[in-house]
Design a protein around this ligand. Structure first.
Ligand code: ADE
Length: 224
């Protein structure tokens, strides 16, 4: 999979993809991530990428020219399955979206900034708008990093133990059950007896029950 991220603040995206599972995914050749600085495509003599909004009002708007030029260049080089815009008014991301996006070949992710991007970009280039939650970030970069992380770990071959993504919270619309590791007792706080029993069918049943209980308590909406 190839992911191209378009941003005015590339420095915000340096570290999230350089450690742990993301770095491993890149090393294994499962994903290539390219960060593009929109400013490099500005033809303005001061390399400006934003401007005042028509009609007045506070806040700058990212201009259409540099973004259109960058998107046009990338599209001339390969086909994209989706051109995604990260925005708080997009569809709120869930695990089903991540599952389907993880199967794509090439995706582009545009990060918004300031008041957002010129609406004509959204109308003519963007195929999908995604929010990572009902709150406003300073820009789309951290949201793009969240989206990228959530889908890269689902690409087949990225995780060592293939089943571990399948047992993630949300994969079956259930939260994950509690987990424990050694020691079996700390401060008098014991690991549930069943997990030490070696009885695998009973352990599996306990996990299912705990997952259901946790989902009912914390996210009953997932059970609807
Ligand atoms: N940009 C600013 N806030 C955002 C959010 N909640 N989701 C996606 N992109 C954003």
């Amino acid at each position: 999979m190839r992911i191209d991220i378009l941003t005015v603040l590339p420095q915000l995206l340096e570290s999230p993809f350089s450690a742990s599972i993301m770095q491993r995914a890149k090393d294994k050749g499962c994903v290539s991530i390219y960060i593009h600085n929109i400013r490099d495509y500005s033809t303005d003599k001061h390399k400006n990428v934003d401007d005042y909004q028509y009609g007045g009002g506070a806040g700058m708007v990212l201009s259409i020219e540099p973004i259109a030029s960058l998107i046009g260049k990338l599209k001339s080089e390969r086909d994209y399955d989706d051109v995604i815009y990260m925005t708080p008014d997009g569809k709120v991301l869930d695990q089903a979206d991540c599952n389907s996006l993880s199967l794509k070949k090439n995706i582009m992710i545009l990060c918004g900034h300031y008041k957002g991007v010129d609406e004509r970009i959204r109308k003519h280039f963007i195929t999908r708008e995604i929010s990572i939650g009902s709150y406003v970030l300073s820009g789309g970069e951290l949201a793009a990093a969240v989206l990228t992380d959530a889908l890269v770990r689902l690409i087949p071959g990225v995780l060592n133990n293939e089943t571990s993504a399948l047992t993630d919270s949300f994969q079956d619309n259930l939260l994950s059950p509690p987990v424990y590791t050694r020691p079996p007792e700390f401060n008098g706080w014991k690991v549930p007896e069943i997990l030490l029993s070696g009885n695998l069918p009973a352990i599996e049943k306990w996990r299912e029950e705990e997952a259901l209980k946790r989902t009912r308590e914390r996210r009953p909406d997932l059970l609807d």
